[in-house]
Design a protein around this ligand. Structure first.
Ligand SMILES: Nc1nc2c(c(=O)[nH]1)N[C@H]1C(S)=C(S)[C@@H](COP(=O)(O)OP(=O)(O)OC[C@H]3O[C@@H](n4cnc5c(=O)[nH]c(N)nc54)[C@H](O)[C@@H]3O)O[C@H]1N2
Ligand SMILES: Nc1nc2c(c(=O)[nH]1)N[C@H]1C(S)=C(S)[C@@H](COP(=O)(O)OP(=O)(O)OC[C@H]3O[C@@H](n4cnc5c(=O)[nH]c(N)nc54)[C@H](O)[C@@H]3O)O[C@H]1N2
Ligand SMILES: [Mo]
Length: 750
């Protein structure tokens, strides 16, 4: 049966407020104890403190004493917990016994304390010394026929220092196989922005939100995933901005917000945020945006001066959207022409619009086209490079943007490789490497034999769980650099290593003294982060130290490998930062710039000077045919999303408070009338069965059907329980991102 404790109540009317504060403090105190909790939370997001390990939302210039949110506090509690997963746990539990537990239980065992190894054929992990662990990795890498038989994954929590060292190691070893979580996340954004404005990052600074006249929030649930964004939206509202929400769900945080840092947030019903909510059908955004474009063209609400000066391709785009078929639009979006017109009027009436988006736009087959359409609308209204306006993809992991800046990219630009070549006098590999989906295919087919992960939980985060698990099991060696136990330690290669690492909350002592690291937020601000807690164990090494040790051991066996002083890098991170300053564009003066209060902002030519570094030398308006997923009769279009009580695959607890779900996660949200039409009742337990394009079927068992306000024909359920349903080959065109937000499913009675 489904979760026995599951309770379904009503969705909440406002986000945060006192409940949010109470939950945050309760979780922190339970994991850390009162003294450690107070000390730690006081350092969170403060100057001289550490960067929140949760989302990538930037810090305001004027910080409150409690510059964190409920979910940031949970992330910190998860890392700073006093519980420990020691070698005793691994001695008393076989891998199979550990694997019988769910993800939440695994995380609750506490921080990893010792390097552990699983030998071929063994049933248990056993301790291993650091030196032996590094040697084991080096041996396996040396035995490969080609460097391209290894893949080096990164999750977006790695610091800039760790990420820089890691990509350098991979390239010095000889491969660009650097898949990362971004491939499953904002890759569609990066591809769309690169092609249209010439740089794959957003163009907005935090102060722009305060000056905006209109803020569009599309496919994003900030109340849960970027809670501190609500404070920015609240400020914007109070200064007169309007907010347009495009989301199949009426997410609580966007309805009203009670700011827990202000007295008015503690009493009363909170600040209403959304002025208009468009409950778009899942996957309908491309059609919606083109319809809005067609109205803007019809009304001549176009900034012709901006278009003429800074863009190419306007006539073709205008002709394309003018010919939009409203019948197609209405069926694709589930919205009326009246609703769409109201949204277009909001745009027409705004002289400064900001477009925010996240996974609701990036994880579809048509994701790149959809984001390019966002860019089209921003360009024809002149909303780039102007105060209070711009493109604001809201990143997920706290340093996912920094990792990419540091070269974690399977398709590195040639100029980056040229600079690396000069800095270290070697020839880095030039051909593109594997991204996440291609790395899974390569492991499945026996083309990748060693898989190393700098953080993350690959087997749970990746699509097609069954296929991904088999692929990982086929490898000779998997290496996981981790803070906490997770499923990727249990679904592993013939030999497997767990390398325990320091988290961001902890003091990082190296031979040259205490170290700090640097990170980049969603708005390209790069700054320092210093941990303040005693490490969770004496054996722990920092990510940077681990990477540099692995590199040193591995490259020592590789004739002709570039001469790089890995020991200097790991003993003193200023050495790494000196390399970053010379190699990474925009990072001159890195040490001083990151050390000063507030850090520095990475360059962004469109934002800074309306320069568009595209081949055309201008921003490019693009034409995309409307592409709408057709869902066969009796099926639903399922989006997989986050609850309020998880960070990706880390499950903090079982309370999705805002959506009224308590005590369990196996629920599927369906429209009341669809439930009836399909022959079910609210409360029935069903299997979710997905149907791939090739006709093959995948199943996720035992979900309770919950009647919920979702658009007709669509459904929603939590990630990662639903990842087995996402076919590996179902990806966004152009970015190869798994289509986690549009999975065709049917319900099957248990
Ligand atoms: N507390 C917490 N914070 C997090 C995370 C976490 O798990 N927990 N994860 C981090 C990471 S890595 C990321 S990438 C971000 C993710 O942040 P979000 O993108 O906000 O995360 P999701 O829960 O996937 O929510 C997607 C939203 O898009 C909507 N949506 C789904 N399909 C469509 C569609 O077709 N069109 C439109 N317009 N909307 C759609 C959903 O209803 C939902 O509101 O958050 C980061 N922050
Ligand atoms: N179906 C579906 N699938 C999705 C998504 C979706 O919306 N739907 N979202 C996708 C997205 S946006 C993303 S970003 C990916 C996330 O994919 P990942 O980044 O791979 O997954 P996480 O769950 O964030 O990783 C959690 C693990 O990271 C480790 N960890 C935590 N902190 C640290 C640290 O400081 N250092 C190190 N070395 N390890 C640490 C812990 O061991 C923890 O178990 O999942 C993707 N998968
Ligand atoms: Mo993400």
């Amino acid at each position: 049966m489904t979760d026995p404790e599951l309770e379904v109540g009503r969705p909440k009317k406002a986000a945060a407020g006192v409940t949010g504060v109470a939950v945050a403090l309760d979780r922190a105190v339970r994991a850390m104890g009162p003294v450690r909790a107070t000390k730690t939370l006081r350092q969170l997001n403060q100057v001289g403190g550490f960067d929140c390990p949760s989302c990538a939302w930037p810090d305001p210039e004027h910080r409150s004493v409690a510059e964190f949110c409920e979910n940031g506090a949970k992330a910190v509690a998860e890392e700073a917990t006093r519980r420990r997963a020691t070698p005793d746990l691994f001695a008393s539990h076989s891998i199979a016994a550990l694997a019988a537990h769910d993800e939440m239980w695994l995380g609750q065992q506490g921080r990893l304390t010792h390097p552990m190894v699983k030998r071929p054929g063994a049933t248990h992990y056993e301790p291993i010394g650091w030196h032996d662990a590094f040697d084991l990795i080096a041996e396996h890498l040396a035995a490969l026929d080609s460097p391209d038989e290894a893949a080096f994954y990164t999750s977006g929590r790695a610091s800039n220092e760790a990420a820089y060292s890691y990509q350098l190691f991979a390239r010095a070893f000889g491969t660009n196989n650097l898949p990362d979580c971004s491939n499953m996340c904002h890759e569609s954004t990066g591809v769309a922005l690169q092609e249209t404005i010439g740089i794959g990052k957003g163009s907005v600074q935090l102060h722009d939100l305060y000056d905006a006249e209109l803020i569009v929030v599309a496919g994003q649930n900030p109340g849960t995933n970027h809670p501190r964004m609500l404070s920015a939206l609240e400020t914007a509202k109070r200064r007169g901005a309007r907010i347009l929400v495009i989301n199949p769900l009426r997410e609580t945080g966007l309805v009203a917000f009670k700011n827990p840092q202000k007295a008015r947030g503690v009493v009363g019903s909170g600040t209403p945020l959304a002025d208009l909510h468009l409950p778009v059908r899942v996957n309908g955004d491309l059609a919606l945006l083109q319809a809005i474009g067609s109205l803007l063209v019809e009304w001549d609400a176009i900034d012709h001066d901006f278009v003429a000066r800074h863009t190419r391709g306007y006539p073709a785009w205008a002709a394309h959207v003018a010919a939009v078929d409203w019948a197609v639009v209405e069926s694709a979006t589930g919205l009326t022409r009246g609703q769409i017109t109201e949204a277009a009027e909001m745009l027409r009436g705004s002289k400064a619009t900001i477009w925010c988006w996240a996974m609701g736009l990036t994880q579809h087959r048509n994701a790149v086209a959809t984001i390019k359409e966002v860019v089209n609308l921003a360009l024809v209204r002149g909303d780039i490079g102007r105060r209070g306006a711009g493109l604001c993809p809201v990143r997920g992991h706290s340093n996912v943007q920094g990792d990419r800046s540091m070269g974690i990219w399977e398709r590195p630009p040639q100029h980056f490789l040229d600079t690396l070549a000069r800095e270290y006098a070697f020839e880095p590999p030039r051909e593109h490497g594997y991204d996440t989906v291609d790395a899974i295919r390569a492991m499945r087919d026996g083309r990748v034999k060693v898989f190393m992960a700098l953080g993350g939980n690959f087997v749970q985060a990746a699509p097609d769980t069954g296929v991904t698990a088999d692929a990982l099991r086929r490898t000779d060696l998997t290496v996981q650099v981790s803070t906490k136990l997770n499923r990727s330690h249990l679904v592993c290669g013939r030999t497997a290593l767990i390398l325990p690492t320091l988290g961001r909350t902890e003091i990082d002592r190296r031979p040259s003294g205490e170290q700090h690291v640097t990170v980049e937020d969603s708005m390209s601000v790069v700054h320092a982060s210093r941990g303040s807690l005693e490490p969770a164990g004496e054996m722990l090494l920092s990510e940077t130290a681990i990477v540099c040790h692995v590199a040193e051991h591995t490259l020592a066996r590789r004739p002709g490998a570039p001469q790089i002083d890995w020991a200097a890098m790991r003993d003193d991170y200023t050495v790494v930062r000196r390399h970053i300053a010379r190699v990474v564009p925009g990072c001159a003066g890195y040490e001083a710039n990151t050390d000063r209060q507030g850090g520095f902002v990475m360059p962004h030519p469109p934002r800074d000077s309306l320069t568009f570094p595209t081949p055309a030398g201008a921003a490019v308006l693009t034409v995309s045919p409307i592409d709408v997923l057709q869902v066969p009769d009796g099926h639903l279009l399922l989006q997989t999303l986050r609850s309020h009580d998880q960070f990706n695959t880390t499950i903090y607890g079982l309370s999705d408070r805002y959506r009224g779900i308590e005590g369990g996660r196996h629920v599927v949200f369906v429209h009341r009338e669809d439930i009836a039409t399909l022959g079910y009742d609210d409360g029935d337990v069903v299997d979710l069965v997905s149907v791939a394009e090739d006709g093959s079927e995948r199943r996720a068992p035992a979900f309770r059907v919950v009647a919920y306000d979702v658009p007709r024909g669509t459904a929603a359920a939590y990630y990662p329980e639903t990842n087995p349903l996402v076919p590996l080959d179902s990806v966004a065109v152009g970015s190869n991102t798994p289509t986690s937000k549009s999975v065709v499913v049917r319900l099957e009675r248990r």
